[in-house]
Design a protein around this ligand. Structure first.
Ligand code: FAD
Length: 494
């Protein structure tokens, strides 16, 4: 007999609830533990996984495989072309390995939840057990309710309740130990699993040589890297987070989103480590930087709770149904200019070029470009949401959909549609010297901090033109009016 852990978005061996449970089960029963990861090209397609994110996953599996091998635990990785064949293939593999217990951490997207609910039933019918547990959120969805027993659709009261719930249930922050050493016999019995190689990325998700070189040095992978990054951030920068987190030219945030998305670190560990540094030993109060950072990690939980409570947001629908009837502009040239960072709005262009080069964009800029796409260009926010998923190394359905909901005013947050970001004011406020723009839009690097936010209207037109930087593709003031009436008409026609 054997026990199996199925890795999905939890690519770490420390502080992994399902893996710890699987290891305990194996030791109680005195049987080996086998770990497994299924590469599913169709899942990559369905989830619009960015090639850079697929590459990060495959690199991380190598680190994980080595860590587990030190404990005599094999990590077997197999490609299954069709996603609907995955459950049967897992059953088959378990048959080959003589295993009867499968463990996994739960994913909350609709397709995954349905698949796993069906698997629990099928496994029982085959005399096997499949245990799926909560792990990815600090507070599992379903635990927080308003005074009247409803689900929260607004972040601030939800956050207060999240903090109180954790303070009342401190075990939610406890660390799960790595699995124990497998019995030595596992090495002999499952030798072929230890030797199996990690598959290459599917062709349509493969990186070029140049991209590999760039992304590998930009984004070192694995859970040791993640923990090191968290410690360093807490040691050196978390205290200044409150003041610096909105300034994209500063190295003010943790850049841990890639690890939270791949599961190379748990949100639980992030919150615990940050809390332990707070003099108050609480999530709130004490150091401003620490409590603000924890409240940002909480946003990740919040958007997952939203997904579970209102699953239709997984189906390309806005959270607010009355925002389904807006007539968008569908101007392909505008969309291409947005994607490529040549809109003539330097802050927008800098941000899009950062995304295209790094597979990452600063949070403030994500808000600016999302608002610009939906309001200034009046393009369907789902086009932007999709482009983000296809390019982000930290692409995460719940957070991305939540962020786009905010940017386009169609989401949970009470961000009324008539509050429209002015890209120039955002630029002046959050990149006052133009350092971020200079880094990503080198055509403008010689402009003064006054000229740089709006070269053609601030006397630097000839300089910008000479360097090939475009004029603004739209006029913010008239676009603002256009957006207001399109949103108003859309809602009224509902
Ligand atoms: P830090 O500021 O150090 O924050 C720590 C962690 O808290 C982050 O790693 C992240 O896990 C979480 N977090 C912080 N802010 C948010 C937020 N607003 N919503 C949800 N979680 C948050 N985040 C993703 O992880 N994946 C996405 O696909 C994604 N898409 C976004 C799209 C839009 C339009 C917007 C406005 C935001 C999006 N975000 C997304 C949220 C946020 O921009 C990133 O999490 C953040 O920029 C990551 O940088 P960091 O790790 O340095 O964050």
């Amino acid at each position: 007999d054997a026990v199996v852990h199925w890795f999905k978005m939890d690519l770490r061996h420390t502080d992994n609830r399902a893996l710890a449970l699987a290891s305990n089960k194996a030791h109680e029963a005195g049987v080996p533990l086998i770990c497994m990861y299924i590469v599913s090209p169709q899942d990559f397609e369905a989830h619009l996984r960015a090639p850079v994110r697929v590459d990060f996953t495959l690199r991380t599996l190598q680190v994980l495989k080595e860590d587990l091998a030190k404990l005599d635990i094999p990590l077997y990785i197999e490609t299954v072309e069709k996603r609907k064949e995955i459950p049967n293939r897992i059953l088959e593999l378990m048959g080959e390995w003589g295993a009867s217990h499968l463990f996994a951490n739960m994913e909350y997207e609709v397709d995954e939840l349905r698949r796993e609910a069906a698997m629990v039933r099928d496994f029982a019918a085959n005399d096997k057990s499949f245990e799926v547990v909560h792990d990815t959120c600090v507070v599992p969805p379903g635990n927080l309710q308003t005074g009247t027993g409803n689900q929260y659709a607004v972040y601030s009261p939800w956050y207060r309740s999240w903090v109180a719930h954790i303070h009342d249930n401190l075990d939610l922050l406890e660390l799960f130990d790595p699995p124990a050493q497998n019995p030595g016999s596992a090495r002999e019995q499952f030798k072929q699993l230890f030797d199996a190689p990690i598959p290459a990325a599917p062709k349509n998700k493969a990186l070029t040589k140049e991209e590999k070189k760039r992304f590998h040095s930009l984004w070192p992978c694995g859970e040791h890297e993640a923990l090191g990054r968290l410690d360093k951030f807490c040691e050196e920068r978390i205290g200044g987070y409150h003041d610096k987190r909105n300034i994209p030219s500063e190295n003010g945030t943790s850049c841990l989103s890639v690890h939270l998305a791949a599961g190379t670190i748990s949100a639980r560990t992030c919150v615990r480590v940050a809390r332990d540094r707070n003099k108050t030993k609480k999530l709130n109060g004490g150091n401003d930087g620490i409590q603000t950072w924890i409240s940002e990690v909480a946003w990740r939980d919040f958007y997952r709770h939203v997904l579970v409570n209102w699953p239709y947001v997984c189906m390309n629908k806005p959270f607010k149904p009355e925002y389904s009837n807006i007539t968008w502009s569908y101007d392909e040239e505008h969309f291409a200019a947005w994607c490529e960072g040549r809109t003539g709005f330097p802050i927008v262009d800098a941000a899009m070029r950062q995304l295209n080069h790094l597979g990452y964009m600063h949070n403030r800029c994500r808000m600016v470009v999302a608002s610009f796409l939906a309001k200034d260009l009046l393009l369907d926010w789902r086009k932007g949401e999709k482009y983000f998923m296809e390019h982000l190394i930290d692409g995460d359905f719940a957070s991305n959909s939540g962020g786009w909901g905010f940017g386009a005013s169609v989401g949970v947050d009470p961000q009324p549609y008539f509050r429209i970001f002015n890209p120039l004011l955002q630029s002046q406020k959050f990149d006052p010297n133009g350092d971020y723009i200079r880094k990503w839009v080198p055509e403008l690097k010689d402009l003064t901090s006054k000229e740089i936010h709006d070269p053609y209207n601030r006397g630097a037109g000839p300089k910008a033109k000479k360097k090939g930087y475009p004029k603004q593709i739209v006029d913010h003031k008239s676009c603002r009016e256009r957006a207001l009436s399109a949103y108003r008409n859309g809602i009224e026609s509902d």
